[in-house]
Design a protein around this ligand. Structure first.
Ligand code: B4P
Length: 190
C-alpha cells in the first residue's frame, strides 16, 4: 500500500500517518520530521532548511527530493509506506512518479479542516509544549503559520487537481476527533 497524506499545516497529517502506519504495518515517511532531524543534526541540508522552515516557507524542491529519495530506497519501504507532508508542490509530485520507479500510488488522502481550527491546533500544541517544559516547534507561531497557510494555498492545493484527475484523491473531514478521522481514512483506503 502506497499512500500520500495531503492537507494544510495542522490538519493532522503527522497524527494520522502515525496511526495508519500502526494499523497497516508500513512506515510513516514524514519530510517534516526528516528535515527537522537534519536541522537538529546540523547537516548541510539542515543548515539550508533551518531558516526557511522557521519562517514557514517550503524548503526548495531539490533538497526535499534528495531527502525523500534516499528514504524511499530503504528496505522497510519496499512493501509500502505513508508519505506524510510529501509531495507539497507539483514538481515534487512529478518527481515522486520517478522515485516510485514503476510502482503506483494506491490513494492520496486529503485532510480538510478550516483555518480557525488549524490556528487553534497549532497554537494549542505550542502552549502544551511550554506547559510540559518541552521545546516549541520553531514554526508553531501565528506569523509562521500564516506563511505556511499561504504556501499551502499557492503551492500544495494544486495537487488536489493533479491527483483528482488521476482518480487517486479521497477527501476526509479532518475536523472530527482524531479516532473518527482515522476511521474515515481507513474506509477511504478500502
Ligand atoms: P510538517 O512537519 O509536515 O507539519 P505540518 O504540515 O505543519 O503539520 P501536520 O499536518 O502534520 O499536523 P499535526 O499532525 O502535527 O511541515 C513542517 C515544515 O517542514 C513545512 O512548513 C516546510 O517548511 C517543511 N517541509 C516539510 N515537508 C516539505 C516538503 N515536502 N517540501 C517542502 N518543505 C517541506 O497536527 C498538529 C496539531 O493538531 C497537533 O497538536 C495534533 O495533536 C492536533 N490534531 C491533529 N489532529 C487533530 C484532530 N482531529 N482533532 C484535534 N486536534 C488534532
Amino acid at each position: 500500500m502506497r499512500l500520500v497524506l495531503l492537507g494544510p499545516p495542522g490538519a493532522g497529517k503527522g497524527t494520522q500517518a502515525f496511526k495508519l502506519s500502526q494499523i497497516l504495518a508500513i512506515p510513516q515517511l514524514s519530510t517534516g520530521d526528516m528535515l527537522r532531524a537534519a536541522v537538529a543534526a546540523g547537516t548541510p541540508i539542515g543548515r539550508q532548511a533551518a531558516k526557511i522552515m522557521e519562517r514557514g516557507a517550503l524548503v526548495p524542491d531539490p533538497l526535499v527530493l534528495e531527502v525523500i529519495a534516499e528514504r524511499v530506497a530503504q528496505p522497510d519501504a519496499e512493501r509500502g509506506f505513508i508519505l506524510d507532508g510529501f509531495p507539497r508542490t507539483v514538481v515534487q509530485a512529478e518527481s515522486l512518479d520517478e522515485i516510485l520507479n514503476g510502482h503506483k500510488l494506491d490513494r492520496v488522502l486529503e485532510l480538510k479542516v478550516d483555518e480557525d481550527q488549524l490556528l487553534d491546533r497549532i497554537l494549542g500544541r505550542a502552549t502544551q509544549a511550554r506547559v510540559n517544559g518541552e521545546a516549541v516547534r520553531a514554526d508553531d507561531n501565528e506569523k509562521a503559520l500564516n506563511a505556511r497557510l499561504r504556501a499551502y494555498a499557492d503551492q500544495t492545493r494544486p495537487l488536489t487537481h493533479y491527483y483528482g484527475t488521476k482518480g487517486l484523491l479521497r477527501t476526509v473531514d479532518a475536523s472530527l476527533p482524531i479516532d473518527r478521522v482515522t476511521a474515515e481514512l481507513v474506509e477511504a483506503i478500502q
